[in-house]
Design a protein around this ligand. Structure first.
Ligand code: FE2
Ligand code: FE2
Length: 160
């Protein structure tokens, strides 16, 4: 049995791959943080650690699925300035349809996507919010000085 059954189904989904390719095309010359599968998996792994640390028991599959979807609408933001947490939430709804999650789990995933840039987020959404920020390797970034993240937000040491 594949413990990441839904996540792997999602990764192979044609629409998901199309969205990912569009993001990559928009970001081909981007010097700051990109929104690639590597970023999604960093968020997934940090969120898995944080879930254990916090004593929650969200399934790893659900954590990874959320991380794979949280920025999937980034290309829409490049197209028409729609905030990407809203675009990602909208694109995630049909993508979740073919996956084996309960209605309650789908709500948890969609809420976390919608709130991944909300500093007031709580519970699972908070874990995704924090993991997203922690995933960025500012300490190894050649353009850290030019990045508009405030100094206190930047990850200047390895934590996860
Ligand atoms: Fe994002
Ligand atoms: Fe992100």
């Amino acid at each position: 049995m594949d413990p990441l059954k839904n996540t792997n189904l999602l990764f192979k989904n044609k629409d998901f791959q199309n969205h990912l390719q569009k993001i990559n095309a928009y970001e081909v010359n981007r010097q700051f943080c990109r929104h690639t599968i590597e970023h999604f998996l960093s968020v997934a792994r940090i969120a898995s650690i944080k879930t254990l640390e916090a004593g929650f028991n969200y399934p790893r599959d659900l954590i990874y699925t959320t991380a794979l979807l949280h920025d999937i609408g980034r290309f829409v933001q490049y197209q028409d300035n729609t905030p990407h947490e809203i675009a990602s939430h909208q694109l995630a709804i049909p993508l979740l349809e073919s996956l084996d999650y309960s209605d309650g789990q789908k709500t948890l995933i969609l809420d976390a996507i919608r709130n991944h840039r909300n500093p007031e987020a709580e519970g699972f959404s908070r874990i995704i919010y924090e993991s997203d920020k922690l995933s960025r390797a500012c300490y190894a970034c050649p353009v850290e000085q030019e990045c508009d993240w405030s100094r206190d937000k930047k990850n200047l040491t390895i934590v996860y």
